[in-house]
Design a binder for this molecule. Structure first.
Ligand SMILES: [Zn+2]
Length: 150
């Protein structure tokens, strides 16, 4: 690589890294929502990594493919983050229902997963048979205010 090419490459890398940090920090691009900024930043970071890892003289289509792989990689990352946030909401709903049920004198059994969904669970009171249903987005509490054996 010539000195000029090397210099251009270093400048491009520096500018890209700075662009990633601007996207992450966000004050210059307030009109982009936070999720999009994060995802763009991840795409660019992955693109730089993947291009750096390419052997010299690879065909142009393989160089272009690094762009697609960067987009896919960033979207997988954001799916994982989204899933984690939903799990946390689900668990928070479960803890809140458990606390309320316990105050009302209910004795909830184990949480059982609702068939066909990994984000929906139900639990039944072992004393009165009342039940609660929670997901990451909602809570249906069908327990009476006071646990009573029927
Ligand atoms: Zn009960």
């Amino acid at each position: 690589m010539s000195q000029l090419e090397q210099t251009k490459l270093e400048q491009l890398e520096l500018a890209l890294h700075y662009l990633v940090s601007l996207l992450e920090e966000g004050s210059l691009v307030e009109r982009y929502d936070e999720d999009s900024r994060e995802e763009f930043a991840n795409v660019l970071r992955l693109l730089v990594e993947k291009v750096t890892d390419l052997p010299p003289n690879v065909p142009e289509n393989l160089v272009k493919a690094t762009a697609v792989r960067a987009i896919i990689g960033a979207s997988e990352k954001s799916n994982v983050a989204e899933l984690k946030a939903r799990r946390e909401k689900l668990e928070r709903n479960q803890r809140e229902v458990e606390a309320l049920a316990s105050i009302q004198g209910h004795l909830l059994g184990e949480w059982e997963q609702v068939k066909g969904s990994d984000m929906e669970f139900q639990a039944t009171c072992q004393v009165c048979g009342g039940f609660v249903y929670v997901s990451d987005a909602s809570v249906y509490n069908l327990l009476l205010d006071d646990c009573q054996r029927l």
